[in-house]
Design a protein around this ligand. Structure first.
Ligand SMILES: O=C(O)CCC(=O)C(=O)O
Ligand SMILES: [Fe+2]
Length: 289
């Protein structure tokens, strides 16, 4: 690992996140923006069913809940997700071989068009309501993965509590994160920090950092198009299943979905589904409405 990557890993391990400059540049940024606009159009016109809807943090999501969206899942960006530039960095930050990476979540996050919406403060792999002792134990389990946000436009939606991927919540933090209700004001969370990302940067984070996001209605807010995904380390067995499978990845199990870039990572995702079944983790999620 290069000295620079080692420094990024140290920062990730100590604060729970690291921002890398200039990950997407020049022509690649304009091409991804074009693809993002097309994908957003497809979703807003209800021609892409796999999307997140306003008012709900987790699936099932359907038009019956609301026609407004705050994110979508799309295969068009698969080449970006499977590119070795991203996977080598992700594997280095996790501390595993690139060959051990498993495919997980990959979304594009956009803003709602009809109403603002906030997520609750949460950790992706640990339940909100868990008692302090169990929380401490859960945070000691190796994470076996990494999450990223790669904004195609400047993006200040995400808030984090630096260092909280290794800290049990204090009383006030717990009060403000003990259910899945949208946070009213992220700034009320003790030690919270808004993450201001520039277009083309990439943020890697431990998804067990205490985090939330505020999605202003757009317009008037400027557009958001942020590629958001995660990779797992297959050495973790079914350890990531309860955090990852709650995102509703069933549609990705279709054999035809496997034919494309990153097939070896997709096969590992299928393995995790199988292991989750044996370990009785299938259908168990870390977060619920
Ligand atoms: O909007 C974001 O940047 C964060 C989304 C998030 O926390 C989640 O999907 O669990
Ligand atoms: Fe999250």
């Amino acid at each position: 690992m290069s000295e620079m990557n080692a420094a990024h890993k140290r920062e990730l391990d100590s604060t729970g996140y690291v921002v890398i400059d200039g990950f997407i540049q020049g022509d690649e940024l304009s091409q991804l923006r074009e693809a993002a606009a097309a994908a957003e159009q497809l979703t807003r016109s209800h021609r892409w069913p796999h999307r997140r809807v306003v008012g709900k943090q987790f699936p099932p999501w359907s038009d019956a809940d609301t026609p407004d969206s705050w994110g979508l899942r799309l295969p068009q960006f698969r080449a970006f997700y499977a590119n070795t530039r991203l996977t080598a960095l992700a594997a280095g930050l996790i501390g595993c071989d690139e060959g051990a990476l498993q495919m997980e979540l990959f979304n594009m996050l956009i803003l709602p068009a009809k109403t603002s919406f906030n997520l609750s403060w949460h950790r992706d792999h640990v339940n909100h309501a868990i008692e302090a002792e169990a929380e401490e134990q859960a945070l000691r389990v190796p994470h076996y993965g990494i999450q990223f946000n790669a904004p195609l436009y400047d993006d200040g939606c995400l808030w984090v509590v630096p260092g909280s991927h290794r800290q049990v919540r204090n009383h006030i933090q717990r009060e403000l994160s003990c259910n899945t209700l949208p946070t009213t004001n992220p700034a009320l969370m003790p030690h919270a920090k808004q993450v201001h990302l520039k277009a083309g940067q990439i943020l890697f984070y431990n998804a067990n950092i205490l985090h939330c996001a505020a999605y202003p209605q757009s317009p008037p807010a400027p557009a958001r198009a942020t590629l958001h995904g995660s990779f797992g380390d297959a050495n973790g067995g079914s350890e990531r299943a309860v955090g990852v499978l709650q995102h509703g990845l069933e549609w990705m199990k279709e054999p035809s979905f496997g034919d494309g870039p990153g097939r070896h990572m997709w096969l590992r995702l299928l393995d995790m589904y199988e292991k989750a079944g044996w370990d009785e983790k299938g259908g168990k999620f870390s977060l619920t409405e």
